[in-house]
Design a protein around this ligand. Structure first.
Ligand code: PHE
Length: 461
């Protein structure tokens, strides 16, 4: 084992960092608009099922693979099997990290830009979402503006990664995650106090089952992977900085719980504002950038709420962005023996450049669509990552754990490490019936569900 490899300073640090990775734009930007377009509570319900039945087992496996091998995804598979195929599965993760970051960092850039606009008080002059949408489109029609803010966002994450695991990733998450939570709570409370807030909460909590169709499952499963940072090795890489004595099971529950609760709270904060002003929740990806700024700014104390909201979005994007880039940085450090600095600057530059086509999707290349999909680079990167690469990575992880490494070996490894809680810790794996359930989920249910989703994506069912 590499003695120079850094580790988290405590289990709590890992949990905060992993929660920082999970809680991201997926929770605050994506979840509300996907739920908004797909029936609110009905979508939430399916999404929760996907998290529990597919997300949680795979989260355990990913963190465990990292902890057991102390390696990046490619190195982890190489350590556990001689079959070259699995190396390529690891490589698929590195490719997915490029794809995700290329659109993520554009939205991250918007978030930073909007924090500054909120600071300048720009939103107080917007009377309605149309004005905000025009502002958004005008800004985005300028390629330099989009590329410029993408650059700012990128410099932030590269700066954190350069400082290393403890001084960079850990310190950033330890400081930023509590701030994120406090800001979110302030926004939730103010949302709930608005007249008509109950329309927003009932949209999120009383299901309209007629809205459910196969598409809902596809979106919910893809989003479960995206929001838990699964299927591309981010959790594996973070897990590789754990020591053998840290337990994986408790950490997975906590991370999944925090991630889910934060998505729901973000939904409450956003839908209460949207419904109390009588606007449409199904506004799509523009929901938080078009609809929210004018609505927030018009509230009493709106200047501060708008500022807090975009700060929240920025923090969420930064703590996830670092975990995405860390995958490929860890690969260069472990496998090609690069120094952290050289690895960060090399990968940073490559991913930075890969994101430029996504930045141009809103201006110079807005007419350029990929193959015959009709999708711009930005839309294609988002679609490819959430609906194909991450579920595919998850599928292979389940197959690897269920059939190659073997469930018994997974459970034996899961049992290593402390566990303080009888209910939620590793000890649950001492129960044979729980092991049977786990084995069923990993060997059958997850791969089959993901496979069905693929058949659907390909139009075969
Ligand atoms: N989980 C992050 C979010 O919800 C996105 C992410 C995906 C991060 C994959 C790392 C890996 O925004």
């Amino acid at each position: 084992m590499d003695n120079n490899r850094e580790q988290w300073s405590s289990k709590a640090s890992f949990i905060l960092a992993a929660a920082g990775s999970a809680v991201g734009l997926g929770n605050i930007w994506k979840f509300p608009y996907i739920a908004g377009e797909n029936g609110g509570a009905a979508f939430l319900f399916i999404y929760l099922i996907c998290i529990v039945l597919v997300g949680l087992p795979i989260l355990n496996i990913e963190i465990l693979l990292g902890r057991a091998t102390q390696k990046n995804p490619i190195g982890a598979f190489k350590t556990l099997t001689d079959k070259p195929f699995w190396k390529y599965v690891g490589a698929l993760g590195v490719f997915a990290s490029f794809t995700i970051l290329s659109f993520y960092s554009i939205v991250g850039g918007w978030s930073v830009a909007y924090t500054f606009e909120a600071l300048k008080g720009t939103f107080s002059s917007f009377d309605n979402p149309q004005m905000a949408a025009d502002f958004f489109n005008l800004k985005n029609s300028n390629a330099m503006w989009v590329v410029g803010w993408h650059t700012v966002f990128f410099l932030m994450i590269v700066g954190i990664i350069l400082s290393g695991v403890r001084a960079g990733l850990e310190k950033a998450s330890k400081f930023l995650m509590p701030v994120l939570f406090v800001i979110l709570m302030i926004l939730v409370v103010q949302g709930l106090m608005l007249p008509g807030a109950d329309k927003g909460t009932s949209f999120l909590f009383s299901p309209d089952w007629s809205k459910i169709n196969p598409q809902t499952f596809l979106l919910a499963l893809g989003h479960a992977f995206f929001t838990l940072s699964l299927g591309m090795g981010a959790m594996m890489t973070y897990g590789s900085y754990l020591s053998e004595k840290d337990d994986v099971v408790n950490a997975s529950y906590l991370v999944a719980f925090l991630d889910t609760i934060i998505a729901i709270l973000a939904g409450v904060a956003i839908f209460t504002v949207v419904f109390s002003s009588g606007y449409d929740p199904a506004a799509g990806p523009g929901l938080v950038f078009h609809v929210l700024p004018p609505l927030l700014a018009q509230l009493a104390g709106g200047y501060i709420f708008a500022l807090l909201f975009f700060l929240l979005l920025t923090i969420a994007a930064v703590t996830s962005g670092i975990s995405i880039l860390e995958v490929s940085v860890a690969y260069l450090v472990d496998e090609l023996k690069y120094s952290r600095k050289k690895a960060t600057l090399t990968m940073g530059l490559l991913v930075y450049l890969a994101a430029i086509p996504c930045a141009l999707s809103f201006n110079l290349w807005s007419d350029v669509t990929l193959l015959n999909t009709g999708l711009t680079f930005f839309d294609a990167a988002d679609y490819l990552a959430s609906n194909i690469l991450l579920p595919l990575g998850g599928f292979f992880l389940a197959i690897f754990a269920g059939y190659v490494w073997g469930v018994d070996e997974v459970v034996r490894n899961l049992l290593i490490g402390d566990s303080n809680s009888v209910y939620f810790g590793n000890s649950i794996f001492k129960s044979p019936s729980f092991n049977k359930l786990f084995s069923f989920l990993v060997r059958y249910l997850s791969p089959i569900l993901i496979f069905l989703v693929f058949l659907y994506v390909l139009g075969w069912i």
